[in-house]
Design a protein. Structure first.
Length: 323
């Protein structure tokens, strides 16, 4: 790294953590750099150590060994007041929203601003802007009980953005939502990350969440980092058995004829043009779900067919043509 390059948003250096009374570490020699402006998924099965990572990032736990640098700062070495101001640079979106039932959507979003001493008029104006950004301008006066799960999570995202964090940590933020609502929330998180140039960390046990929202992925198992890299690369060529198991868990059970293969792809849509091009390839659509860039689909197709994928900013899947 050059002396002029900014420090990574997060840097775990050989971090180990064992809870009191336990013999097995929750995290072991965990090393990972999260560059600023990336969208990184941290995925693992139950007990892999994800919550422990979240607690470390949030400053609720400190490493037993190694160190964790947030924007280049070792939080465990800061005085409490400095640590708190650093922690305010991290916005957290929770699985169960953690909204205060007795406060309206607006009241929930103003809360961090209130605690930071922002005057009433300024905090209300800011909270209204944030609610508008997450698509809830009309629902500012509703209480959490009057909102759907997706709407509650939008309030949670607005609240997490209130103090203009550099880093947004989404902790199983869509696990309590149905697939369609979940896709909307992931699209919002992606949009927020891009428009505000944040670093987004998505902690999840769901591979689809990583595939949909993250540029990079780190796979955690038994407290260890077992694989990491660009999401597309890791998912296309998973090297570790845990990654392969996570991928296989989503494969639809369909019989394959000799010479056929099952592929997960992102299609622009399921319109007549797309279906015609799939048919021209000899591809059969076996499962489809909404995706921020179109449709997430499982196809059965000849092993020799070109990869019918769509990447943002690239020419949509070159099917049927000479490619
Ligand atoms: N407060 C605690 N005291 C003792 N052991 C703990 C504590 N919290 C977690 N552990 C242990 O640490 C290991 C990692 O747990 P962690 O909660 O970080 O995993 P996880 O990946 O978040 O799992 P899940 O997806 O089930 O929440 C597990 O073996 C767990 O039993």
């Amino acid at each position: 790294m050059s002396v002029l390059s900014p420090p990574p948003a997060l840097l775990f250096e050989g971090v180990g953590k064992t809870y009191p009374g336990q013999t097995t570490p929750a995290l072991q020699n965990f090393t990972l750099a999260v560059p600023r402006g990336h969208r990184v998924g941290i995925i693992g099965r139950s007990g892999a150590g994800k919550s422990t990572l979240v607690r470390l990032i949030g400053g609720l736990e400190t490493p037993d060994t190694g160190r964790l640098l947030v924007q280049g700062q070792d939080l465990s070495r800061l005085m409490p007041a400095q640590r708190r101001s650093h922690q305010a640079r991290i916005g957290v979106v929770f699985q169960h929203f953690n909204l205060l039932a007795q406060r309206t959507a607006l009241g929930n979003v103003t809360l961090p601003l209130e605690l930071a001493g922002v005057p009433r008029a300024a905090r209300e104006a800011r909270a209204r802007e944030l609610l508008e950004d997450v698509g809830l301008a009309d629902l500012a006066g509703r209480y959490p009980a009057q909102l759907s799960g997706g709407q509650k999570q939008r309030v949670g995202i607005a609240r997490a953005l209130a103090l203009e964090p550099d880093l947004l940590l989404a902790d199983e933020a869509t696990s309590a939502l149905d697939p369609e609502t979940s896709a909307g929330i992931l699209a919002l998180l992606t949009e927020v990350q891009r428009s505000r140039d944040l670093t987004l960390i998505v902690v999840t046990h769901q591979l689809e969440v990583v595939r949909t929202a993250c540029t990079h992925v780190a796979v955690l198992d038994s407290g260890r980092l077992v694989e990491s890299g660009e999401t597309r690369e890791v998912l296309a060529h998973p090297a570790h058995p845990v990654t392969r198991a996570l991928l296989d868990a989503h494969r639809p059970q369909v019989p394959l004829a000799p010479g056929e293969t099952l592929r997960r792809v992102t299609l622009p849509d399921l319109g007549a043009g797309t279906l015609e091009r799939l048919a021209a390839l000899g591809a059969r659509l076996v499962q489809a779900e909404p995706h921020p860039q179109g449709v997430d689909a499982w196809l059965v197709l000849p092993e020799t067919a070109p990869h019918p994928d769509l990447r943002p900013g690239e020419v949509p899947f070159p099917l049927g043509a000479s490619a």
